[in-house]
Design a protein. Structure first.
Length: 93
């Protein structure tokens, strides 16, 4: 197992709490993903243990500053090897 961790940031650059983070395996064969999603902590951080593979992560959050509009951000081509700790911060827009 390896892991991807990082920080979810609002459009204004602040940490975003309570956002969903969803991985998608984009390597072939697709490694099994142990959970469907996780939620960022109060500091906007997340950490996801994942089997080796290449992933795309999508973060979704409700933006109270915009009247409750959903905002998203994506990072792709994240390569996780055995024992790797990959850092991926995601900017929402």
């Amino acid at each position: 197992m390896g892991a991807i961790s990082g920080l979810i940031l609002t459009p204004s650059g602040r940490p975003a709490a309570d956002c969903s983070v969803v991985p998608e395996a984009i390597s072939h064969p697709r490694p099994p993903i142990p959970e469907m999603m996780l939620v960022t902590g109060p500091d906007g951080r997340y950490r996801w243990p994942l089997p080796p593979g290449t992933y795309r992560l999508t973060a979704r959050c409700v933006d109270p500053a915009s009247g409750g509009r959903q905002i998203t951000g994506t990072v792709t081509d994240l390569v996780v090897g055995p024992g790797d700790e990959v850092t991926a911060d995601i900017a929402l827009d």
